[in-house]
Design a protein around this ligand. Structure first.
Ligand SMILES: Nc1nc2c(c(=O)[nH]1)N[C@H]1C(S)=C(S)[C@@H](COP(=O)(O)O)O[C@H]1N2
Ligand SMILES: [Mo]
Length: 515
């Protein structure tokens, strides 16, 4: 009975917290904030492991983990509360304080209101535990309990009734909380649906027909939005409404600080470009890369209007720190943003407003830089500063301050450990070295010579490039290896590096068997 009382109390606490969060701010629910606090404090190595092992399910795994731990603690507290009711109640309240502190410590904390769900939940949970344990203690032990319809039976019924009522009330509170949270997101959804993207003043150059090879198993040249990889620390995806969204540009060397609405940005000449985005956590051969057609405002022009100059032209700021509505910070070199490449504040992705997962309403993109030093989603603030003065989120966690994307090639087909028929086999994949381009891809079978692969047409230096090689497969086990050369003539290094601190390197290979 103690265990049940404990679990019921925990359930009540979470449900009431959910209700309070739904009313205050959906992302301030206790599991979300504790999860966020865990993410913030997780060492880079563990985070990298989580991304690798659980992929994009890493957040669900984390939340389930928190719930399991919570259930265990609740069971123990419930059992403890039977003989020591006050200790149990105090234990529940203590958890409320942990949740409240986690909420206040998150980088996006909007103030004391964020602590409310955890406090309210803990108070409700403590009350539920107090009542249920009270009922449970009224149940006499051993003797008396066997007596049908006797006192023991009645109080056990009393306990079960109280537990049932608690469960019902808690479930209602939780569902109501979910409802309010959904209402909140709905205005953002509506503002996204009614957003009409202007035509670009500078459309993307026509993509040559030959960028997409007709080899089964090769990645699509343009990654469809639903298939585009997602990497971020947001347990609850920010749902920002266009009406309330603002972007502030300020800081060192900003002669005319300004705040923009989305309409003001959309009124400017927009450019449309194909840009391939890559995550620094992508292993050699990994999936965290995607290519899309982005629509956005050129960032360099916006900065120049505010009086910003790159360091090479005497500017005082060498780091641009982008901050998102959920408190994420990413730092890019001002020099790269203003050197003529297509650094943009993107509003469109493959012909539609940015999906919420990918940063609606506005995100930053700088071709050639890994996402964590450039691609701020749900951006709301740009501060000009120096690399000496400020370390953004990932840099505080041991990742490199500067991180240009490393030259990589990936074999998409055949799959690792594929069994192939002898004869002609199409080996194919993608290669990328954003903002340098790909000039050559070579394939090697076992310890043989390097053969030049056929390159697909190029869509420019900021996108990946497809390649294929027709191999005459002979019986046996074979290791197929690929390497690329970038547009500057630099051959991709064979040297293996882990993803931390500035991206993985080494050649991708797959092992296949030909019976
Ligand atoms: N607000 C915010 N922006 C963010 C991140 C984040 O955690 N929060 N992650 C960055 C990282 S590490 C990468 S690789 C890209 C991924 O963008 P995508 O999820 O649209 O593919 O977003 C970047 N922008
Ligand atoms: Mo990333």
């Amino acid at each position: 009975m103690g265990a049940l009382a404990g679990l019921m109390a925990a359930f009540t606490a979470l449900a009431v917290a959910e209700l309070a969060a739904g009313l205050v701010r959906p992302s301030s629910g206790p599991v979300t904030v504790v999860g966020g606090a865990v993410i913030d404090r997780t060492p880079a190595v563990v985070k990298d492991f989580a991304i690798r092992t659980f992929g994009e399910n890493d957040k669900i795994v984390l939340q389930l983990g928190i719930l399991v731990v919570l259930a265990l603690i609740a069971t123990v507290l419930g059992i403890l509360a039977l003989p020591h009711r006050l200790a149990g109640v105090a234990g529940v309240l203590l958890f409320g304080i942990v949740g409240a502190l986690a909420a206040l410590g998150r980088p996006d904390s909007a103030g004391l209101g964020d602590a409310l769900p955890s406090i309210a939940g803990a108070a409700a949970g403590a009350l539920a535990l107090h009542i249920l344990v009270g009922r449970a203690s009224a149940v006499p032990h051993a003797d008396g309990a066997h007596e049908p319809g006797g006192e023991g039976m009645r109080s056990r019924r009393g306990f079960l009734l109280a537990a049932g009522a608690t469960g019902f009330a808690a479930t209602s509170a939780g569902l109501l909380g979910r409802y309010f949270a959904r209402q909140d997101g709905e205005s953002a959804v509506a503002s996204r649906e009614s957003l009409v993207l202007p035509k670009p003043a500078s459309p993307a150059p026509a993509v040559p027909a030959g960028v997409q090879l007709k080899v089964p198993g090769i990645s699509a040249f343009t990654t469809p939005n639903p298939a585009f990889y997602r990497v971020d620390t947001a347990l609850a995806v920010p749902k920002v409404s266009v009406a309330t969204w603002r972007l502030r540009i300020h800081g060192k060397g900003v002669a005319r600080p300004r705040t923009y609405t989305l309409d003001q940005l959309l009124a400017r000449p927009l450019i449309e470009r194909d840009i391939t985005l890559t995550c620094v956590s992508n292993e050699v051969g990994g999936p965290y890369i995607g290519n899309a057609r982005w629509l956005g405002v050129p960032l360099a022009g916006l900065l120049a209007e505010s009086g910003v100059r790159p360091p090479s032209k005497g500017g005082r700021a060498d780091q641009l720190v982008a901050r998102s509505v959920d408190g994420m910070t990413l730092g890019s070199p001002v020099e790269d943003v203003m050197d003529g490449r297509d650094a943009i504040l993107a509003v469109g992705m493959n012909g539609e407003p940015l999906p919420f997962d990918h940063g609606f309403p506005v995100r930053m993109l700088v071709p050639g830089l890994y996402g964590y030093v450039s691609a701020c989603k749900w951006i709301e603030d740009i501060e000009l500063t120096t690399f000496d003065a400020y370390d953004p989120y990932w840099v505080k966690r041991k990742w490199a301050r500067r991180a240009p994307i490393k030259t990589q090639a990936r074999i998409d087909t055949p799959a690792p450990f594929a069994r192939l028929a002898a004869g002609t086999v199409a080996i194919a994949g993608v290669a990328w070295a954003q903002h340098r381009g790909i000039s050559r891809v070579q394939v090697r079978v076992d310890d043989g010579p390097w053969w030049d692969a056929d390159l697909a047409a190029t869509a420019g230096i900021d996108t990946w490039r497809q390649w294929s090689y027709r191999w005459n497969a002979t019986p046996g086990g074979h290791t197929i290896t690929v390497r690329a050369t970038d547009g500057t003539g630099q051959v991709q290094t064979e040297e293996r590096a882990r993803t931390i601190p500035d991206g993985a390197s080494g050649w991708h290979s797959v092992f296949v068997t030909v019976p």
